[in-house]
Design a protein around this ligand. Sequence first.
Ligand SMILES: [Zn+2]
Length: 250
Amino acid sequence: MSELLQLKGTFSYDEYKLILEALKRKKTTFDDALKGEFIILRHDVEFNIDRAQKMGAIDKEYGIKSTFFFQVISSAYNPFSVKNKAKILSLIEMGHSVGLHFYISHVPTNNFEKLEYEFTQQKKMFESGLELPCKIFSFHRPPPWVLEIRKDYLFGALNAYGPSFFEYTPTPKTIKYISDSNHKWRYGHPLDNLEFSKMQILAHPDEWSKEKNLTELEFLKSLVDESRRDYISTVDEELKSFAPYRDKIL
Ligand SMILES: [Zn+2]
């Protein structure tokens, strides 16, 4: 059995590295993609900044520049904490780009005014909190009315779902879109679609780990456990009375 067949769908770093092998000589950033053929590597970060940093380090090992998108109003993480901000900025030092993962689930359908207002607000938070310009963004869970806005530049920033990077159709002719959402290659595997001269791969760092044989339950548990440990260490640092109980809570 080929290595790919064995690893396909494990969402392990070994599977990820096989994909990176194929990307090594490709144009992988959104800026490159405006100039010709590409395989964009995009990372939306939903839960775990440590896993984003790890994935950034692997991309760098392969000499690949990718783009990470962070939420600014998420309940799962605070990108502006001293620790998290340092981790996000380390991605820039690795040569990657960082943009806004634009949360819009509370924006009513077809309310373009509210959409623009939200963008302005979240952009301000991003720029003041991370001290980085917000030049690019990806929508988080974009509904059809949002995907139907076919513009590369929206609200003064580059839109990851713009027509140069994403074809809004279930049967793309030119630009293949691939995503690992919910631990599934729902639009096919990147390595099975290399005949496309243009491709956008969305790999959520949260979904990947070094483990090759995790069940769905074990994968979800690992994600929750990591976040729990992070929370516990924050309480431990801030609350003196926590120490005697720490081990019982862990
Ligand atoms: Zn998202």
